[in-house]
Design a protein around this ligand. Structure first.
Ligand SMILES: NC(=O)C1=CN([C@@H]2O[C@H](COP(=O)(O)OP(=O)(O)OC[C@H]3O[C@@H](n4cnc5c(N)ncnc54)[C@H](OP(=O)(O)O)[C@@H]3O)[C@@H](O)[C@H]2O)C=CC1
Ligand SMILES: CC(C)CCC[C@@H](C)[C@H]1CC[C@H]2C3=C(CC[C@]12C)[C@@]1(C)CCC(=O)[C@@H](C)[C@@H]1CC3
Length: 331
């Protein structure tokens, strides 16, 4: 039977490159592209099938920032599939980013330059919004919509017939100091992106604790800094083009500049091929690229406590229950 792989945010960037690379390695897979925009999803499916006609590629419409859409998509997936072997929880946003140019220049002359350029620590803030469900948009898109999707797909993931895998696209910019259990949605801070990625790291640890015995395994990966729609929201593409010679130079010291979505997919593809029992649940798997353009995977121990992970998990369960009641009442 074909293995089924679901990828959210597969219409562009690293999600789309991941689909391409997975099919290059094995066109016997069934890929299901979970995207918010039907036209973009179909364009991605057509391009993938044109390159690998033997593959099976389907699409499902889901806007992960809209919980009704998540519930609808999960219902559709339960109708179509008996099991999901891999779910890549990849869709993500960084709305209205503001780059602190002064901090960027001072970091270039500091000893922490490689760390700052790899994580953007102290360089970026964002303006978050509130969704129609009354939730912070970055939190619901990057974390909570995916959490509810996983909950709704539990029967396809814990099927008792071999392991299933969750692979989250996190980030090197996930930072403990930007996350608080008292404000998991980061409604009162200016770094919702970093907070949401830290929440993903915690969530993955908690999911392993709660689901490994039922055959579900979770991992987190960072694709490194790539030129995608997300980074074109920080600086326009012509500025990235102008900075390219400098970035190629920087890449000799900072392996996080993977630059292309295909390079960025390295850790996500590598995780696909690993036995889940061999992976460390407290490790983040990072795509990296050398100055000469070779890709490899490196690891980082996550800066978190299992107790905080469990507390976040419980607060997401509570929130999901409350939101479900509100949605059901309104319908
Ligand atoms: N670019 C980078 O340097 C880095 C990116 N990442 C992470 O990689 C992931 C992919 O981003 P990247 O490829 O860079 O950027 P892109 O903007 O190219 O991809 C983001 C994907 O998420 C989808 N998406 C956004 N919002 C929603 C939503 N509400 N519902 C469903 N899908 C949605 C987009 O759909 P659509 O095509 O319709 O816009 C798109 O397919 C993100 O989680 C990001 O945080 C992590 C580290 C570095
Ligand atoms: C290196 C160049 C000469 C200057 C580039 C300046 C900035 C635009 C980049 C420096 C660090 C970058 C970075 C990201 C975006 C672009 C920078 C701020 C991310 C925040 C993109 C999304 C992520 O998830 C992070 C892992 C990236 C961290 C580094």
């Amino acid at each position: 039977m074909r293995k089924v792989v679901l990828v959210t945010g597969a219409s562009s960037g690293v999600g789309r490159a991941l689909c391409q690379r997975l099919l290059e390695a094995d066109d016997g897979l069934h890929l299901c592209l979970a995207c918010r925009n039907r036209a973009r999803a179909e364009a991605a499916r057509d391009a993938l099938l044109a390159a690998r006609p033997r593959a099976q590629v389907s699409t499902v419409q889901v806007d992960v920032s809209d919980l009704r859409s998540v519930l609808r998509a999960a219902r559709e997936l339960r109708r179509r599939f008996q099991r999901l072997d891999y779910v890549y929880l990849n869709a993500g946003i960084m709305p209205s980013p503001h780059l602190n140019i002064k901090a960027l220049f001072s970091s270039l002359f500091s000893r922490r330059v490689v760390h700052v350029l790899s994580t953007a620590e102290g360089l970026l803030t964002q303006e978050d919004r509130i969704t129609a469900d009354g939730l912070q948009e970055v939190f619901v898109t990057n974390v909570f919509g995916h959490f509810v999707l996983v909950q709704e797909l539990e029967s396809l993931l814990c099927h008792g017939d071999g392991p299933s895998r969750l692979i989250w696209t996190s980030s090197r910019s996930a930072r403990r100091a930007n996350f608080s259990l008292e404000d998991v949605q980061h409604s009162s801070g200016r770094e919702p992106y970093s907070s949401s990625k830290y929440a993903l790291d915690l969530l993955s640890v908690a999911l392993n604790r709660n689901f490994n015995q039922r055959g579900l395994f979770s991992s987190v990966a960072c694709p490194g800094t790539m030129l995608t729609n997300l980074t074109y929201g920080i600086l326009p593409s012509f500025l990235w083009t102008l900075m390219m010679p400098l970035i190629w130079l920087v890449r000799f010291f900072a392996n996080a500049f993977t630059l292309t979505p295909s390079n960025g997919a390295e850790a996500l593809v590598w995780l696909f091929h690993q036995k889940p029992e061999s992976l460390n649940p407290l490790t983040k798997y990072l795509s990296a690229t050398t100055g000469f353009g070779s890709n490899y995977v490196t690891t980082q121990k996550m800066d978190l406590s299992e107790d905080t992970a469990e507390k976040l998990y419980q607060s997401l369960l509570d929130l999901a229950q409350r939101v479900r009641v509100t949605i059901l009442d309104a319908d």
